[in-house]
Design a protein around this ligand. Structure first.
Ligand code: ZN
Length: 203
């Protein structure tokens, strides 16, 4: 399986990192080796002094598809989840400056937390899904799928022009504002509405 991540999909987060709003979705991949095993902690890697949390809604693909028309995107997923795209921001800034790919800062071992999933039928409106992340009991990021620049159907259609989507593939849909560094001892929890979707410690 593969993990397809979308960057810069929320205007408030684009502003906080002083990025430019892209004319098309920014896309990058994480390998399956980046996934944090169930009930494991996040361990800060030795190569970074500035690991950021990025909480994101996740789409789980349930059908093989390529060149999917956005009118049919909703047939390619049944479940929505929540996770964290951990990012070595210091390394990413250096790579960006040099015009290099981001992979080392985004796709390293344990950079991908995949929490629980909810059947999409449980939501009245997929364009109005509220989610948030707490760090040490304080809400640090909150967002709503209504704030996405490209909605889920558009993202599935867009990425399937480049990558054949397969059963079990995940699409991380981008992060809202409020990203910040994590440090040893932090306790992170994610919620969709009031349902807890993940919790983990930073070591
Ligand atoms: Zn992200």
């Amino acid at each position: 399986m593969k993990i397809i991540c979308i960057g810069r999909n929320y205007s408030d987060h684009i502003r906080e990192l002083s990025n430019v709003k892209p004319s098309n979705p920014v896309v990058f991949l994480k390998p399956d080796s980046s996934i944090i095993a169930k009930n494991q902690n996040f361990i800060i890697p030795s190569f970074s002094d500035d690991i950021h949390h990025e909480v994101e809604l996740i789409i789980k693909i349930n059908r093989v598809g390529k060149h999917i028309d956005k009118a049919f995107s909703n047939k390619y997923f049944n479940e929505i989840g929540l996770g964290i795209d951990f990012t070595a921001r210091d390394l990413q800034n250096n790579l960006k400056k040099d015009g290099h790919p981001w992979e080392k800062s985004k796709a390293f071992d344990n950079s991908c937390l995949v929490g629980d999933f909810i059947n999409k039928d449980k939501f009245q409106n997929l364009s109005n899904i509220e989610f948030c992340m707490k760090k040490n009991n304080q809400i640090v990021q909150s967002g709503n799928s209504s704030e996405m620049i490209w909605n889920m159907d558009e993202l599935i259609s867009y990425v399937s022009q480049y990558f054949t989507l397969k059963i079990g593939d995940l699409i991380f849909t981008g992060t809202p504002a409020g990203v910040s560094s994590v440090k040893t001892g932090d306790f992170l929890e994610g919620f969709i509405n009031s349902d807890q979707m993940f919790s983990l410690k930073v070591k």
